[in-house]
Design a protein around this ligand. Structure first.
Ligand SMILES: Cc1cc2nc3c(=O)[nH]c(=O)nc-3n(C[C@H](O)[C@H](O)[C@H](O)COP(=O)(O)OP(=O)(O)OC[C@H]3O[C@@H](n4cnc5c(N)ncnc54)[C@H](O)[C@@H]3O)c2cc1C
Ligand code: SF4
Length: 484
């Protein structure tokens, strides 16, 4: 009797199946939505994607609705197999189920044993994403061969001005979405708590929808991707980003396919290397690196807290109360999380993460917030992105430096500061930008711990006036945890 393939909620694309006749198991476990509040749009997307997959597979699929995964598995007859789950907790659970066969991971290009061999190589030294990416490019033969001729594109304008990026094709909701929405409304009436606001489904729930978005991105947005990657704009939440992270993390899209499609655009001369390479580096470099480090580094990495940051997340932030915030950048980005369950990388790092870092919020609590509030939020991404890159809680173990920046830096990369009630260059007083005052206070509070970082040590050296130091520390202490 052939095994039934259990497809987890991050394994919903065709590349998680081999045999077109193999029976499939899909499980909707209520525990997933009740353990802790998650964004309503994320809950919708996960349920919609599971149900769409069941509908696509028809009689081949058994969709079990149960309170827990263990209850669901107890209802299934015959042998069951599953591809490697995406979290340590998931793997421990899978190992505890008698007779469940665990297959190697899918949805990533580099195998875990190959990464370990790369990381353990003699004289490897610190693990650097740039080294890993170079190795991965060679290993997977990406960007081998001659490029096409790329027509010249206009130079980047300030901020996002001048960018005309064709928006991704809209998602058309169907009867499955209507059913999911009714069910989530019912759960809410029964006391299940969600974060954020409901809204039309914005992200793909099927391989076909994700594939259409990928093709559209490659044709229309990829040619400008590299130039606008770090820009933030109040008027354009997507800019040239692909907004495909939830599709990769639900397993709807194979990253190998996306890399080939982007490389193909470069080879045909439809996009330059400077546009395509940052996108490929995100997928083949960063995404793989994060996944590998999650398994390679010890489980205790999540608890790292080098800067002894022990403040709890304030309610207005945890509850996505963007209307309580006056700082234009933070209000816009927090509203993006509330209304779309997604904002792009620079907004996560420089507006959300930077604000938390400056105020010493608990890194592990912040990681839980990012995981639950974002449609692409996933446990394996948290260690390197939040604990490492954004909060510097692991002392640069994950190839990074503290992403503490002041309002002037936000101003350089965005159009937020025009029209904000604060002034990015002002440190003290009623008009003091919370990021600028917050940056100085962060430097002073962590004086000893940051002495080893050249950039921040130089910034500290410029701020050696004890009176100004005391004034900024007193100001930020007074601001406390209230919304800026
Ligand atoms: C604090 C913080 C939390 C984050 N949490 C997550 C998370 O839970 N899940 C997640 O997938 N990504 C996370 N990221 C990484 C990155 O911000 C998102 O992958 C990206 O913003 C998704 O939008 P996109 O699909 O438009 O990406 P694009 O800019 O279009 O990039 C294309 C793809 O490359 C991958 N990618 C690009 N940059 C990164 C990166 N630095 N790390 C990992 N993958 C990358 C993603 O799969 C992404 O879909 C986080 C980053 C930060 C700073
Ligand atoms: S002035 Fe400060 S708070 Fe206002 S938008 Fe600029 S960086 Fe943000």
């Amino acid at each position: 009797m052939s095994s039934r393939r259990w497809l987890l909620a991050d394994q919903l694309g065709p590349h998680f199946l081999d045999d077109p006749a193999q029976p499939v198991l899909l499980v909707e476990a209520r525990e997933l939505f009740r353990q802790r509040p998650m964004h309503r749009q994320k809950a919708h997307l996960v349920l919609s994607a599971l149900r769409h997959r069941a509908a696509e597979l028809g009689d081949r699929a058994l969709l079990v609705r149960a309170g827990t995964f263990r209850e669901a598995l107890a209802r299934v007859d015959g042998p069951v197999e599953v591809c490697h789950p995406p979290s340590r907790a998931g793997l421990a659970f899978a190992r505890s189920v008698p007779g469940l066969t665990i297959l190697p991971p899918r949805g990533f290009l580099t195998r875990r044993e190959d990464f370990a061999a790369w990381a353990d190589a003699p004289r490897r030294g610190a693990l650097r994403v740039a080294d890993f990416y170079r190795w991965a490019r060679r290993e997977h033969g990406v960007f081998d061969g001659p490029p096409g001729r790329v027509p010249r594109r206009p130079r980047r304008a300030d901020g996002a001005a001048g960018l005309v990026a064709s928006p991704p094709p809209p998602i058309v909701e169907d009867a499955i979405d209507a059913e999911v929405r009714d069910e989530l409304d019912r759960w809410e009436r029964d006391g299940v708590r969600f974060l954020g606001r409901d809204g039309p489904r914005r992200y793909p729930a099927t391989h076909a929808e994700a594939d259409a978005r990928l093709r559209h991105f490659v044709a229309h947005r990829l040619p400008d991707y590299g130039r606008y990657q770090e820009v933030m704009s109040a008027g354009d939440p997507l800019l040239t980003h692909s907004v495909l992270s939830s599709s990769f993390n639900l397993g709807l899209l194979d990253p190998a396919e996306a890399i080939r499609a982007a490389e193909g655009a470069w080879r045909k001369g439809a996009a330059s290397l400077s546009a395509v390479e940052p996108f490929v580096q995100g997928l083949l470099g960063w995404r793989e690196f994060l996944w590998q480090l999650y398994w390679y580094l010890e489980p205790g990495h999540r608890g790292a807290n080098w800067l002894a940051a022990n403040e709890p997340l304030p309610d207005w932030f945890a509850g996505l109360d963007a209307d309580a915030v006056e700082a234009r950048c933070l209000a816009d980005v927090l509203a993006g999380v509330r209304d779309r369950a997604w904002v792009h990388h620079a907004q996560r790092l420089l507006v959300l993460g930077n604000y938390a870092l400056q105020r010493g919020w608990r890194p592990a609590e912040l990681a839980g917030w990012f995981r639950d509030c974002f449609v692409d939020g996933t446990d394996w991404a948290m260690n390197a992105t939040v604990i490492g890159m954004s909060q510097y809680a692991d002392l640069g173990r994950v190839d990074t430096r503290p992403y503490a920046v002041d309002g002037r830096y936000v101003d350089e990369l965005s159009d937020y500061c025009t029209g904000c009630r604060y002034q990015p260059e002002t440190t003290l007083g009623d008009l003091a930008c919370p990021y600028t005052g917050g940056f100085d206070a962060f430097l002073h509070r962590n004086h000893d711990r940051l002495a080893g970082d050249l950039r921040l040590a130089a910034e500290l050296a410029e701020r050696d006036d004890p009176q100004l130091r005391d004034a900024v520390l007193a100001q930020e202490e007074k601001r406390g945890s209230s919304p800026p």
